[in-house]
Design a protein around this ligand. Structure first.
Ligand code: GLY
Length: 361
């Protein structure tokens, strides 16, 4: 078992291990009700969680959410609030979210908003959620007008990452999760890149020790970043705070939105990292060799590095609407070299177009 501590506003621990869900009982405390919000494929894990909660002396309330991002709607939020109201939840009760990033986002937001905030436990079950979406306290839901337009920073009281639950994850989900792992490698952990390069097939095997090690390394990177800047407040020049976790996301989000969210987030982030690397090459001196390394790393885990889809004008327009843009100014997380993050603010149009052409040629 490995534990990673989040030294944040509400210090807490992530436990990463096969069978980590069994630790849930330790977090029930004096709750008399525990709402277990889960994605449909996690019904079995949710029933196990319910049994653990009962054994710890509390009453479980199982709530099955719609699959994936379709859970993050105001309608589903209202249904969850009603379920808590009917069960008589008070400020001392607990929410547990078991599933991918959409489930943990929604569960955390329910906890953030119930009686102005109650405790919750995050049980992320995909690689992507274990290394990024399900940790760090960003919670929220979508509106028809856009993704994650409502939300709150609301940290869990514990994170349980049960690597046994990865066994049934489709290979495409594993690949997409490794996109975020590679992101953490480029911004802060060279060893992650070396480990994947040495054994890419193992990195894609949910039963391998390597995937566990990669997850732990990524959680450590994220814990370090959010420990220094939970609320994404600090980003000036080379002093980049939580915003660095959005490496590859400006173009990644544009592609995701332009494709009507039909492509996996991690895959779009991979394409966004190729764009960001090409842009950094043109603006802040990232070497051509490191740009190629971005492509190589993504290819090793079977992620695309070449994009054909929406056009430049639409991509640029969507990037201008990204939450990192300030007014009309485009902002990108960039690398001077792996591990040396900087902000690229208002880059020349020629550099943007050059990076786009390199991604789409
Ligand atoms: N996924 C980016 C962050 O948590 O800040």
């Amino acid at each position: 078992m490995t534990a990673v501590d989040f030294a944040t506003e509400k210090p807490h621990r992530a436990v990463i291990a096969p069978g980590a869900l069994e630790h849930l009982g330790e977090h029930v405390g004096d709750a008399s009700g525990v709402a277990i919000l889960h994605a449909p494929p996690l019904a079995r894990a949710a029933r196990r969680a319910a049994a653990i909660v009962r054994a710890a002396g509390a009453e479980p309330v199982l709530v099955e959410l719609p699959a994936g991002e379709s859970a993050k709607t105001p309608g589903v939020l209202a249904d969850c609030w009603s379920a808590l109201a009917v069960a008589g939840f008070t400020r001392s009760d607990l929410v547990v979210g078991i599933g991918g990033g959409a489930t943990t986002d929604l569960a955390g937001f329910i906890a953030a908003t119930w009686m102005r905030g109650i405790s919750w436990v995050s049980v992320p079950t995909t690689v992507l959620a274990m290394v990024d979406a399900g940790i760090g306290g960003k919670t929220g839901a979508d509106l028809p007008e856009g993704k994650n337009l409502i939300g709150a920073f609301w940290e869990p009281s514990a994170v349980l990452e049960d690597t046994d639950l990865l066994a049934t994850l489709p290979i495409e989900e594993l690949r997409a999760g490794l996109g975020e792992v590679i992101k953490h490698g480029f911004i802060a952990d060279e060893r992650t890149l070396e480990l994947i390069s040495a054994a890419p097939a193992e990195a894609l095997d949910p039963a391998s020790a390597l995937i566990g090690e990669l997850i732990v390394r990524s959680v450590r990177v994220k814990a370090g970043v959010v420990g220094a800047d939970l609320r994404e407040a600090t980003s000036v020049g080379d002093r980049v705070g939580r915003e660095q976790l959005n490496y590859g996301h400006t173009m990644g989000h544009a592609i995701e939105a332009g494709e009507h969210f039909t492509r996996r987030h991690g895959e779009c982030v991979g394409l966004g990292m190729v764009f960001a690397a090409e842009l950094a090459h043109r603006t802040v001196g990232l070497s051509a060799e490191h740009v190629e390394r971005h492509r190589r790393m993504l290819e090793l885990v079977g992620l695309p590095t070449h994009y054909r889809g929406i056009g430049w004008e639409q991509a640029r327009e969507l990037m201008a609407r990204d939450k990192k843009a300030r007014g009309a100014t485009l902002r990108f997380v960039g690398l001077r070299a792996p591990g040396r993050v900087t902000m690229i603010v208002d880059p020349p149009e020629r550099a943007l177009l050059g990076a786009w052409n390199a991604l789409t040629r």
